[in-house]
Ligand binder design. Structure first.
Ligand SMILES: Nc1nc2c(ncn2[C@@H]2O[C@H](COP(=O)(O)OP(=O)(O)OP(=O)(O)O)[C@@H](O)[C@H]2O)c(=O)[nH]1
Ligand SMILES: [Ca+2]
Length: 724
């Protein structure tokens, strides 16, 4: 409708009615007053010469309701009808319309370019992968993970990406390693002021990651180096030294890394990265329709991360919103420092030391102290570096700061279980908490922290303990206790050889009761609420997923446009529709502003001939204006009859209004009527073909000025007959 109206107006602007009254039996007269004999009333041709663009007044003349067939022949009259003589409001109207048209063309063009570029980008990026390298700088080691991100085409997920972990060349769980991961030991927190140790820890990981990624993609691969609890608990001077040196070593890597990507992540960040990774791998993340997600329990060597969906917004410090794909998740996420497996054992040592009577500090510092431990196998003797035994002592041994204590195995399952429960009770060892009774409340949680609820995956350290005792994921916590007790009762030499060589074998008699007490008394999580996750679920996957999501959505909305283009609108149809609209608009605009290049002007191209029907159909569409030679030149219009009865005409006869140069005297008001013959000659005359310059053809028109009216009316009548 809108375009029809616009085109109607433009066509009206381009059509100038001439009074070519004829005595033909039927006539067409244009005039709001409906006067039939338009000859004397038509405006002189000169008046029409200013017609270059659209004249809104033309609408009144050319609109169908103003066209009537009269008894005394057809006539065209330029009757402005109701428009005061001497005013020319059409010019400002034309300018306004032209401006609107140009604006619409520009908007359409911009939209077309955007949609096409989005479509190309989306299709291009569909094949393009992005790689991510994430370093997990943990308290017991530094690991490298390589991920390949690509667009997710599955419709049952609103998650825009598919993430694949590349683990080529990693030794499969040899020598008791619980994880399939590229790892160097010890962790960064044991390498403070040890630059060569840092290089030894980092370079093998970089070299391995380079082999996982095609060389051409190295520069576009993002490298993130995130440190967790081990470094988090260091003094600021030590952690700053570590991060600064790690950054300088990484500067030589082929990957893209920014200074802000080498950092210590908070416990909360580690928590929701782990939750994201878990729910991605269990296909809960971005599921459509939304599915209940799993809580994550990530037990490290130094800290424990707890994350779960929680609609209660009770505790601001631990609440966060995470939007993945089109799904919003309200999470409670927190990290309990000191609850990792290694730190928990340390707490057991600290607690035992406190119970030692008359400990001589010099003996302590001199490493002469010997202490029995109820969770160590009989026959075990070993030196333990205790960081928390004398915090003031800064002696470094094997990379660890603390005092050496000689531990001696004195296994006692009951005492060991009680010691594990003490390690779980934060009020027993942290200065901030008041005495808490683990039988009355979750004694691992600080005051006000939301209690974990729902179903949980227990990963990392939980997985390591289950694997150590050869327990399946379905085993209960009581099974863990049973296995632990059996292990504790073995003599050290037997116990040690009963498992493949691996770190911290001596601590598993403690770890068994510890993880059970941590879940049951520390967090009040029952057996039915947990599933033991595999060792491949690591928070580094969450980093890659969230970074890839950021990259996709930020780079020119590729993701959104991907959704729009592929899921809701057929991009080809959209682009075609825009293209057609733009072309239509450009055509209309060229009519209005005569900006069509000279070569394409209708007055010289016999392409715009109309069938004789144009005489009969009272539609302004059919009257084509021959565009003027150039704006500003007075170009009176002369009607031409396209064909004559004796000449077969492939287009049928037609009336075309031809522009001619202003050769008429301004006083001339005689209307032109042309016989088809002469016009036919004119139009087919080789020297004066449509292709000749307008001036010459106008000259010929000029000489046929007195074309007989009969000719015209006969051809009019004829074409009318044809139509019948
Ligand atoms: N037996 C065995 N234990 C392992 C292995 N890898 C890690 N562990 C133990 O599992 C515990 C948890 O390991 P991680 O989750 O890697 O701990 P982390 O990331 O270094 O510690 P955080 O910095 O607190 O996250 C550590 O205390 C290790 O003692 C393994 O391959 N075999
Ligand atoms: Ca960890």
């Amino acid at each position: 409708m809108f375009f029809g109206r616009i085109t109607q107006l433009f066509t009206a602007a381009s059509v100038t009615s001439l009074d070519v009254g004829t005595s033909a039996p039927d006539s067409i007269s244009f005039g709001s007053s409906g006067r039939k004999n338009g000859l004397r009333h038509s405006a002189s041709l000169q008046d029409l010469s200013s017609y270059h663009g659209f004249d809104p007044d033309e609408e009144a003349i050319l609109a169908p309701q103003n066209i009537t067939w009269g008894p005394n022949g057809s006539s065209f009259s330029k009757d402005k009808g109701g428009v005061p003589n001497g005013t020319n409001p059409s010019r400002s109207g034309r300018k306004w319309i032209r401006a609107v048209m140009i604006l619409m063309c520009l908007v359409l063009f911009a939209l077309l370019v955007y949609i096409v570029s989005m479509y190309v980008y989306t299709n291009w990026s569909r094949g393009a992968s992005r790689y991510y390298v994430v370093f997990d700088c943990g308290s017991t080691g530094t690991r490298a993970y390589v991920y390949q991100a690509s667009i997710n085409y599955r419709k049952d997920s609103s998650l825009p990406i598919v993430m694949k972990s590349l683990t080529e060349g990693i030794s499969r769980k040899t020598s008791g390693r619980a994880y399939d991961r590229m790892e160097t030991e010890p962790g960064f927190d044991k390498l403070v002021n040890n630059r060569s140790g840092l290089k030894t820890a980092i370079k093998p990981l970089i070299q391995w990651a380079e082999k996982q990624i095609p060389k051409h993609a190295h520069r576009t691969t993002s490298l993130f180096v995130f440190a967790t609890a081990g470094v988090r608990r260091l003094r600021a001077t030590d952690s700053s030294w570590l991060l600064g040196n790690v950054w300088s070593i990484l500067a030589k890597s082929p990957f893209t890394c920014r200074r802000e990507w080498v950092k210590i992540i908070s416990g909360t960040e580690e928590a929701y990265f782990g939750w994201t990774a878990l729910n991605y791998q269990t296909s809960m993340l971005g599921a459509v329709p939304k599915k209940a997600t799993f809580g994550a329990l990530d037990l490290g060597g130094s800290s424990l991360q707890v994350t779960f969906e929680n609609e209660e917004r009770t505790h601001n410090e631990t609440n966060l919103n995470l939007r993945i794909g089109s799904v919003n998740h309200h999470l409670s996420a927190y990290s309990l420092a000191g609850y990792g497996l290694n730190d928990a054992f340390e707490r057991s040592v600290v607690n035992l030391l406190k119970r030692q009577p008359d400990v001589n500090k010099s003996d302590l510092i001199g490493g002469k102290l010997e202490m029995k431990h109820p969770c160590l196998n009989s026959g075990y003797k070993g030196q333990y570096i205790c960081s928390q035994c004398a915090p003031s002592v800064r002696r470094r041994k094997k990379g660890k700061t603390g005092v050496p204590i000689k531990l001696v195995g004195a296994p006692n399952w009951g005492e060991c279980s009680a010691l594990a429960k003490i390690a779980v009770n934060s009020s027993e060892w942290s200065n901030t908490e008041r005495g808490a009774d683990c039988d009355l409340q979750p004694c691992a949680l600080p005051d006000g922290y939301p209690r974990p609820h729902g179903q949980f995956y227990a990963v990392s350290g939980f997985f390591v303990v289950y694997r150590f005792f050869n327990l399946s994921a379905e085993a209960s916590l009581d099974d863990v206790l049973e296995k632990g007790r059996e292990f504790c009762e073995k003599a050290w030499q037997v116990a040690r050889t009963s498992v493949s060589p691996q770190p911290f074998i001596e601590q598993y008699c403690f770890r068994a009761p510890y993880i059970v007490s941590l879940l049951r008394e520390g967090l009040y999580i029952t057996d039915k609420q947990i599933v033991i996750g595999s060792g491949s679920i690591t928070w580094t996957l969450g980093v890659a997923i969230l970074e890839a999501g950021k990259a996709l959505s930020s780079s020119t909305l590729g993701l959104k446009s991907y959704e729009t283009l592929s899921m809701k609108i057929n991009p080809i149809a959209l682009i075609s529709g825009l293209l057609v609209s733009l072309l239509l608009l450009l055509c209309a605009l060229s009519r209005v502003s005569n900006c069509m290049p000279r070569f394409f002007r209708k007055s010289y191209l016999p392409l715009f001939r109309h069938s004789s029907a144009s005489l009969n159909i009272p539609s302004p569409f059919k009257f084509q204006r021959w565009s003027p030679m150039s704006p500003g030149v007075k170009t009176p219009l002369s009607p031409t009859v396209r064909s004559s009865p004796h000449r077969p005409c492939s287009f049928g006869s037609s009336i075309q209004l031809m522009e001619s140069s202003s050769l008429y005297s301004s006083s001339s008001s005689v209307m032109h009527s042309y016989s088809s013959d002469s016009l036919g000659e004119m139009q087919v005359d080789g020297s004066s073909s449509f292709w000749s310059s307008p001036r010459r053809s106008q000259m010929r028109l000029q000489s046929r000025r007195s074309q007989s009216r009969e000719d015209l009316s006969s051809s009019l009548a004829e074409s009318h007959m044809l139509k019948m």
